[in-house]
Every structure is written in C-alpha cells, then in structure tokens.
Design a protein around this ligand. Sequence first.
Ligand SMILES: Cc1cc2nc3c(=O)[nH]c(=O)nc-3n(C[C@H](O)[C@H](O)[C@H](O)COP(=O)(O)OP(=O)(O)OC[C@H]3O[C@@H](n4cnc5c(N)ncnc54)[C@H](O)[C@@H]3O)c2cc1C
Length: 333
Amino acid sequence: MKKTGKEIWVFGDYRNYFRNRVTLQLLAKATDLAKKAGNPVCAVIFGSNVKEYVNEYIAHGAEKVYVMDHISLKGYNVETYVILMEMLIKKYRPEMVLVGATCFGREFAPRVAKRLATGLTADCVDLEMNDDDLLVQTAPAFGGNLLAKIITPIHKPQMATVRPGVFKELPHDYQATGEIITVPIPKKLPENQVRLISSRHESARINKIEDAKIVVCGGRGMGSKQKFRKLYALAELLGGEVGATRPVVYSNWADHDSLIGQAGRQIKPLLLLSFGISGAIQHTAALIDAKFIIAINKNPDAPMMKMADVAIVADANQVCSAMIREIRKRIRE
Ligand SMILES: Cc1cc2nc3c(=O)[nH]c(=O)nc-3n(C[C@H](O)[C@H](O)[C@H](O)COP(=O)(O)OP(=O)(O)OC[C@H]3O[C@@H](n4cnc5c(N)ncnc54)[C@H](O)[C@@H]3O)c2cc1C
C-alpha cells in the first residue's frame, strides 16, 4: 500500500493506566483510519520515565512514538503540555491529532487547537475517512439533539477528542516494533500558573461499565439517594454494573464514573434496565449499541419508553424491589 507520510497522532494519556484505555482505543481507531491512505500511526507522550507506556503504545499499534521524557514533565500539567504539543505539531506537521475526551483531554485539546488556529471536534462518537482522505468526525451537536458529521478541510491538523469506550483497543502485540523519536524539551519553559499540590489514582472499578454485559441504569425517577441504592443490589444479583443520568450524578446519588451519556460513558450491554429515566438525547446517545432495553417509567410517553424493547409503565422503585425479591427467591429455590 502507498504511504502518504501524513501522520495520524494519538496523544498519550496514561493517567489512571491500566484502567483508562482511551489512548489504546484511539491507536486502534487510528490504525483502522490509516488503512485507506497508509498514514503512519504515531503516539505522542510527555512525562518522566515513560518507557513502559512507549512500549505499550507500540504493542497497540503505534509505528512511531514521539517522546519527551524529563523529570520536569512528571504529572500532567496542561499549560506545559499545551506548549510542548504546539511545538511538536509545528515541527512535525501531523495530518490528524486524536485525543481522549478525558477530563485532561477536554482541557488540553481545545487549547492546542486554538494555538494552531485549527478546528477541533469534541466528544466524537465515530471517526471515518472520506474519499478525499479527510477525517469525518461524528459528534453530538446542538445540545446533543442530532449527530453532526464534521470535516476540517482547510486547517491542519484535523483534531478530535473521543470519549473513552467508543472504540475497541487492539490486542497487545508482543512482536510489534516501532520507531522512538526522543525530542528534547526546550531549555526554558514558561513558569506555570498552576501548582500541583497532590494527586492520587482514582479508585479502580473492578469491572468497567463500558464492557458490562448487563447495565442497570437509574434516573431522577428513582426519587432519592436511598432508593437509588437498590439499583446496586439489583446489579449485583444480575452480575451487572450501575449507570446513572446527569441529575443523579449531580445530586450525588451516584459517582461521576457512573454517568452514561454525552458527558459520560458510552455503553454496549446485552441487557440494559432503565429505571425512571426520561430518555434525553444526551443520555440515549450513549445507548445506541445496547442490544435489549427494558425501561420502567411512570410516563408511557417518555422517549426512553419509546426506545425500549420492553416498556413497563410502573413505579421504578416498586419494580426494582420486586425484581430483587424475585431473583433472591429463585436463588434460594
Ligand atoms: C450539554 C449537555 C450534556 C448532557 N450530558 C448528559 C449525559 O451525559 N448524561 C445524561 O444522563 N444527561 C445529560 N444531560 C442532561 C439531559 O439533558 C437530561 O436532563 C437528563 O438525562 C435527564 O435525566 P433523568 O432522565 O434522570 O431525569 P428527568 O428528565 O427528570 O426524568 C425523570 C423520569 O423519571 C420518570 N419518573 C418520575 N418518577 C417516577 C417513578 N416513581 N417511577 C418511574 N418513573 C418515574 C419521569 O416520568 C421522567 O421520565 C446533558 C445535558 C446537556 C445540556
């Protein structure tokens, strides 16, 4: 296949590694995009003692890794990382830059795009290459009421952020080899306005909701934090995970990790149980790959009920309690 030389870059976000796999997922997608025009797939990594991650990126599809490894780059710092990324992009001129839509990616990527006066499509849910070898970036638009396909035909690089869980990582290839380009950091970096006082790894979920076969998802219709807790009991009995809508997360009934939707996680369960959820597009956009949906809502006209394979018009709490009772009874029998 002809090689265009137009590189596709994936920004290496390795915080919370091994838990957060978005960089590996983007490398897989970049490999797929590169098939058409033969673009080299590259990763970019900043940090201190990052060799382990460099090898991991090569094993997951990176043909080339640009590395800036220095003690002063330990810990993610948006101001410094933005300046370094701008510098690298101006020097090596990649065709596309993909960044995970993590908390860090969401503050990092727009700043880089602004400095380069190029476009950025945030929170993409799909990426493909069109016949002109332009990146077609699919993202929720107008408050999430529709999915827009966006291209950046003039300005370069074409930049997109993608939510974790949208793409599937490639298996670890132990035989893979790649080129490592070590780039020295500039002698003088501007002084940071922000000082890191401490950091800690997020507590790991044992099972990731993105991979769960069964998801029990609850909305404001559950009524209270105490009632919402019942969903955890049901999920445990079913061997599933608990998801939540934004009002639930904002009311502190569930942690931010559980948020399903445009601002949260994308899921693809075989079975989704949806309790007391209206079905706003910002939530349902993350459910398109759910195989079978059972929705419980007092309102038969709620969009979630229309989307469901089985719609139960009832009180969400009563149905949840009844399911828990029935499953426990069957376990005892
Ligand atoms: C930019 C943007 C991004 C967003 N991102 C997200 C996102 O990522 N994820 C997300 O979820 N939301 C997101 N939202 C918010 C979204 O628009 C909705 O407001 C939210 O999904 C509604 O949550 P809900 O269904 O729990 O609550 P509501 O819309 O209030 O619905 C509650 C439902 O419960 C039903 N109900 C009430 N009582 C009972 C009962 N006793 N038994 C059964 N049913 C009952 C009601 O009939 C209703 O349908 C976003 C919004 C914006 C503007």
